[in-house]
Design a protein around this ligand. Structure first.
Ligand code: GLU
Length: 290
């Protein structure tokens, strides 16, 4: 039997804050409790926003908190070829198509349809992508691509759902001896999500499912803000023939104003807290983990 494998997967596009500390410590505690492994993955596919300085800050903050993780650390920007191979498979199987409309063009098209109020939006609040590009003939697709216009590869969600049918996932409880509930996935709420772009040859959804499978992750413990994303990721597991992990989406740590913490709010940044004289135990108390 493989050891339960947990991972903490931050993006080095800002400094870690109390919310990250909670997520990392919870993963660390669960890995210990289940006699499992703890992996750290650097999710830096957006090479325009991620920096080596922020990456160094992640190691420094996590060491300070007393966490230990396996080496080597997987850095996503070193593995674009793995995500490319997964995308090729989806292309071959006809589940993705190139999309050419900019955000402004999408908004314009929706307004033209006089459907602004009724047009579906995804759980992150973005409008679903119009159905135009997925209907293009192979010839006009080629012409658009050859014209040099930037495009993104999108998942044809209706086609995907037609193939995978209804899916669910296991959401486990961390307090009650890991009791699992089955949650029905609702990928239709996302529409045709982007899986790769001209400038970034992959996407969060694609790289996270590829990596969790490649790294043998069995338990994904992450914030409640990624709960809805699980629906898309379940579809990708099925299309790519990957074994799904079980999930626990934990509570989010809020700022004093009751809002989600942001990477730019210095006061809750781990480095700022450390420099202000806080100890790792103070941080653990602040996030309610001791
Ligand atoms: N890299 C993501 C983030 O920093 C987390 C991805 C995940 O845990 O699935 O929000």
């Amino acid at each position: 039997m493989t050891a339960p494998t947990f991972r903490f997967a931050p993006s080095p596009n800002g400094e870690l804050h109390l919310g990250h500390a909670y997520s990392a410590l919870l993963n660390g505690n669960l890995a210990k409790k289940f006699n499992g492994r703890l992996l750290l993955r650097i999710e830096d596919i957006d090479i325009t926003r991620c920096t080596p300085e922020f990456e160094r800050g992640i190691y420094c903050d996590l060491e300070w908190l007393g966490l230990e993780w396996e080496q080597p650390v997987r850095r996503q920007s070193d593995h674009f070829a793995d995500y490319g191979a997964a995308l090729e498979r989806l292309k071959r199987d006809g589940f993705v198509y190139p999309s050419f409309m900019s955000r402004g063009e999408v908004r314009g098209w929706i307004a033209e349809q006089r459907m602004a109020g009724a047009w579906p939006h995804d759980p992150d609040g973005a409008p679903h992508y119009p159905p135009l590009d997925r209907e293009l003939t192979e010839k006009s697709r080629r012409e658009h691509m050859d014209s040099g216009k930037a495009f993104a590869w999108r998942l044809n969600m209706d086609a995907a759902i037609g193939t995978v049918g209804t899916l669910d996932w296991s959401e486990f409880d961390v307090d009650q001896e890991g009791i699992e509930r089955r949650i029905t996935a609702r990928p239709q709420e996302w529409g045709d999500v982007v899986l790769a772009r001209s400038d970034i040859p992959t996407s969060y959804h694609l790289s996270v499912v590829v990596d969790d499978a490649l790294q043998g992750v069995t338990h994904v413990v992450r914030g409640r803000d990624l709960y809805e994303a699980t629906s898309v990721q379940r579809v990708l597991h099925r299309l790519l023939g990957l074994a799904p992990p079980v999930y626990h989406h934990h509570r989010l740590i809020e700022g004093a104003d009751g809002r989600k913490l942001s990477k730019s709010a210095r006061s809750t940044g781990l480095r700022a807290l450390r420099e202000a004289g806080c100890s790792p135990d103070d941080v653990k108390r602040m996030v309610g983990i001791i």
